[in-house]
Design a protein around this ligand. Structure first.
Ligand code: 0RA
Length: 634
C-alpha cells in the first residue's frame, strides 16, 4: 500500500476535475448522468465487439439497484507495464483522463459525444470500481475507490479465454439519487444488439430477477421488422432495402415503404439515438429523393398532372439509419441532433447509387414503391383541391358548406368558441338543446368512427364521419393542414362514461393524433367528463364522474337525516338538456381534461398496441392519458 501514496496524489489531481465538475463530463448528476456511466463502460465493450474481438456482452443490474457489472469476451484490457510511467495499462486507462487513445490509435475509442470520455470518468465518479481481466491464461484484478487505486494490479489466479469485467457503484456524494432504471438499460441494450448484429447482448436484472438475451443476426433489418410490427403498418414490398457500408465512416441503413401515412425514421450516431435528426438524416433524404426520382425518370414512370414532392416520396417510409464517425458534434436543447456538415454529402453519396442500383435490380418492388408514391401525390392533390373548394366558397359566400348535421354556434370569434363532438344522435339532441348557442357548436357522430390506424390518407377521407369532422374544423389535415383556418378554439370529445364511449373517444383520439397532431400540440383537444351518477340528498344534488367519486361524495354528504338517492345514467342521451348543461357543458361548473402527448415514440407504440385489442385496454389508455393531462376548470 505504501508505494501507492505518491501515486494517490497524482491520481487525485488527475481525476479531481471530474469529481469537482461532473456535469462537464457526463452532462449532469441526475438520472441521465447516472446512466451515462453505464453507457461509458458499455461503449468500451461494444467497441471491442465492433472491432471483431468480442461476441458477447452481459450487463448485470445488481440487487441493490445501484451497482452494475459489464462483462465482455474481448481481448481483455492490457495489463502490461507502460514503459514511461511504470503503471499498468489498465491503471492508466482507469486513472488518467482520455487515456484510451494512447494505446491503440483511433481504434480503442470510436464512440463520441458525451460518451467518449472513458473509463476514468466512471472510476472518478464511483464509490467503488473493480476491473477484472482475463488474458494469457491468467486473471488480473484491480480495485478503486473514488478513482484511487486501493491496491496494485494483481494476478488472482489462472483463467481460460479472455475478456474484461467491470463492476462499479456510483458515488452517492456525487449523485443525489443512485438508483438505475432497468427499463432504460434494457432498451439501450436491445438497440445495441440491433446496431451490432451478431453480438449476443444479455441483460441480467437482479432486482426483478429477470434475464433477457438479445441476439440479432440480421441487425437493423430485424429492428425495422419490429418497428413495422409495432406500428401495425402494412409493408408495400417484401424485402427491405439494406445498405451496410464499411469503408469510410461505417454506415448501416434499412428502408421499407409502408401504407401508413407518415414517415418514420430512427437514426443513431455511434450507437446514440439522434431523435432530432441532423445532417445524417438530411443526407439520407437527399440521396433517397434523388435515387427515386432518377429511377422514375429513366423508366418513364412520371405521372401526368401531378408533380411529386419530396414528402410524397417519403410518405409511409420506415427506416433505421446508423452511422459511426470519429468526432460527432451534437446540437440542440437535448443534444440529440447531429451537426457535422461533412456528413450530409457523405450519406447522400453513399445512399443514392446503392438505392438506385437496388431499385433497378428489383423491378417488381420498385414498381410497387413508385405506385405508392404516385398514390400519395394524388391523395395530396385531392385533399388540396377539397381545401381550395372550401376556401373558394368561404371567399364568395362568406360561409362554408358545413356538414348538414353540424349545429354551428353564432359567435365567430374563434377563441370564444367550442366544438363538441358527440357520440350518437340522441345525445347530440340533448347537447343541442342544452348548449350555449352563441359559443358552443355540436357535431353528432352517427355511425361508428372507424379505426384509422395504419390507413392511408385517401382511405381516411372516404369515411363520412371523419371527413365531416375535418370540414367542420375547417383547417384541413395532413399536409394541407393550416392552423389559421381552424374554426373553433376548443375541440371537446363528449362520449358516454362507459366502455363504448371510451372506445369511441380512443378512435377519435387516434385519428386526431395521426392526422391532426398540431391540434393536440396546440392544446386544443379536450375530453369532456359527463357524470355517471346523480346523488340526491334531500334538496341537494351532486354529480359523480365514476364509482370512486360517488363513494367519496356519499361519505361527505350522505351521513345526514335524509337517505341518499343514487341514479346511474345509462348514456348521455337520457340526460335532460338542462342537466347536461349543468354538469358537462357549462364552462363555470364542468371539468375538462386537456389531451397532451408527452413522449411520441411511447404514444406511437401504445396506440398501435391498443388499437385492435380489447376495449378495456383502450379504456386504460384514455384514463392514463387523462390523468397525465392537466385538469382544468374552464
Ligand atoms: C486497449 C487495447 C486493447 C484492448 C482494450 C483496450 C480493451 C478495453 C476494454 C474495455 C472493456 N473491454 C475491453 N476490451 C479491450 C488491445 C489489447 C491487445 O492488443 O491484446
Amino acid at each position: 500500500m505504501s508505494s501507492y501514496t505518491a501515486k494517490d496524489i497524482t491520481v487525485l489531481e488527475g481525476l479531481e476535475p471530474v469529481r469537482k465538475r461532473p456535469g462537464m463530463y457526463i452532462g449532469g448528476v441526475g438520472a441521465a448522468g447516472l446512466h451515462h456511466l453505464v453507457w461509458e463502460v458499455l461503449d468500451n465493450s461494444v467497441d471491442e465487439a465492433m472491432n471483431g474481438f468480442a461476441s458477447q456482452i452481459t450487463v448485470t443490474l445488481h440487487a441493490d439497484g445501484a451497482s452494475i457489472t459489464v462483462v465482455d469476451d474481448g481481448r481483455g484490457i492490457p495489463v502490461d507495464k507502460h514503459p514511461q510511467t511504470g503503471k499498468s495499462a489498465l491503471e492508466v486507462i482507469f486513472t488518467v483522463l482520455h487515456a484510451g487513445g494512447k494505446f491503440e490509435q483511433g481504434n480503442y475509442k470510436t464512440a463520441g459525444g458525451l460518451h467518449g470520455v472513458g473509463a476514468s470518468v466512471v472510476n472518478a465518479l464511483s464509490r467503488s470500481l473493480v476491473a477484472k481481466v482475463r488474458r494469457d491464461g491468467a486473471e488480473w484484478e484491480m480495485s478503486f475507490r473514488q478513482g484511487r487505486p486501493v491496491a496494485p494490479l494483481s494476478k488472482v489466479g489462472p483463467a481460460r479465454g479472455s475478456g474484461t469485467t467491470v463492476t462499479f457503484h456510483p458515488d452517492a456524494t456525487i449523485f443525489p439519487k443512485v438508483e438505475f432504471d432497468a427499463e432504460t438499460i434494457r432498451e439501450r441494450l436491445e438497440v445495441v444488439s440491433y446496431i451490432h448484429k451478431g453480438v449476443k447482448v444479455t441483460f441480467e436484472n437482479e432486482v426483478a430477477r429477470t434475464k433477457v438475451v438479445y441476439h440479432h443476426q440480421e441487425g437493423l433489418a430485424d429492428y425495422l421488422a419490429k418497428i413495422i410490427r409495432e406500428r401495425s403498418a402494412k409493408p408495400v414490398h417484401e424485402a427491405a432495402f439494406v445498405l451496410n457500408r464499411e469503408s469510410g465512416p461505417r454506415l448501416d441503413l434499412v428502408l421499407q415503404w409502408t401504407e401508413s401515412t407518415d414517415e418514420h425514421i430512427r437514426s443513431y450516431v455511434n450507437g446514440i439515438p439522434t431523435g432530432s435528426g441532423g445532417t445524417h438524416e438530411n443526407g439520407l433524404r437527399a440521396g433517397l429523393g434523388k435515387a427515386v426520382r432518377n429511377y422514375i425518370d429513366t423508366h418513364g414512370l412520371s405521372p401526368k398532372g401531378v408533380t411529386l414532392t419530396a414528402e410524397d416520396i417519403r410518405e409511409g417510409l420506415t427506416g433505421v439509419l446508423s452511422l459511426f464517425i470519429e468526432e460527432p458534434q451534437f446540437q440542440g436543447q437535448t443534444k440529440d441532433r447531429l451537426n457535422n456538415p461533412e456528413v450530409l454529402s457523405a450519406v447522400d453519396s453513399a445512399v443514392r447509387p446503392a438505392l438506385e442500383h437496388w431499385l433497378n435490380h428489383n423491378r417488381t418492388v420498385a414498381e410497387s414503391i413508385v405506385a405508392r408514391i404516385i398514390l400519395s401525390a394524388r391523395a395530396r392533390e385531392a385533399s388540396r383541391a377539397a381545401q381550395a373548394e372550401v376556401t373558394r366558397k368561404t371567399a364568395t359566400t362568406g360561409r362554408l358548406t358545413l356538414p348538414g348535421k353540424l349545429s354551428d354556434c353564432a359567435n365567430s370569434n374563434r377563441e370564444d368558441t367550442e366544438l363538441f363532438i358527440v357520440e350518437g344522435d340522441s345525445a347530440g339532441g340533448s347537447a343541442k338543446q342544452g348548449r350555449d348557442r352563441a359559443r358552443q357548436a355540436i357535431l353528432p357522430l352517427r355511425g361508428k368512427v372507424m379505426n384509422t390506424e395504419g390507413m392511408t390518407l385517401a382511405k381516411v377521407l372516404e369515411n363520412k364521419e371523419l371527413s365531416d369532422l375535418v370540414t367542420a374544423l375547417g383547417c384541413g389535415m395532413g399536409k394541407t393542414f393550416d392552423a389559421s383556418r381552424l374554426r373553433y378554439g376548443r375541440i371537446i370529445i363528449l362520449a358516454d362514461a362507459d366502455s363504448d364511449g371510451h372506445h369511441i373517444a380512443t378512435l377519435l383520439l387516434t385519428f386526431i393524433y395521426r392526422h391532426l397532431p398540431h391540434l393536440i400540440a396546440d392544446g386544443r383537444i379536450y375530453l369532456a367528463q359527463p357524470p355517471l351518477y346523480r346523488i340526491d340528498v334531500g334538496k341537494e344534488t351532486w354529480w359523480a364522474l365514476d364509482d370512486a367519486h360517488r363513494d367519496r361524495l356519499l361519505k361527505q354528504h350522505g351521513q345526514g337525516r335524509s337517505k341518499p338517492e343514487i341514479t346511474r345514467f345509462k348514456g348521455l342521451g337520457e340526460m335532460m338538456p338542462k342537466v347536461l348543461w349543468e354538469t358537462t357543458l357549462n364552462p363555470k361548473t364542468r371539468r375538462l381534461l386537456r389531451v397532451e402527448i408527452s413522449d411520441q415514440i411511447v404514444t406511437d407504440r401504445v396506440i398501435n398496441e391498443l388499437m385492435g385489442k380489447d376495449a378495456s385496454a383502450r379504456f386504460r389508455f384514455i384514463m392514463d392519458r387523462a390523468e397525465e393531462a392537466r385538469e382544468l376548470d374552464v
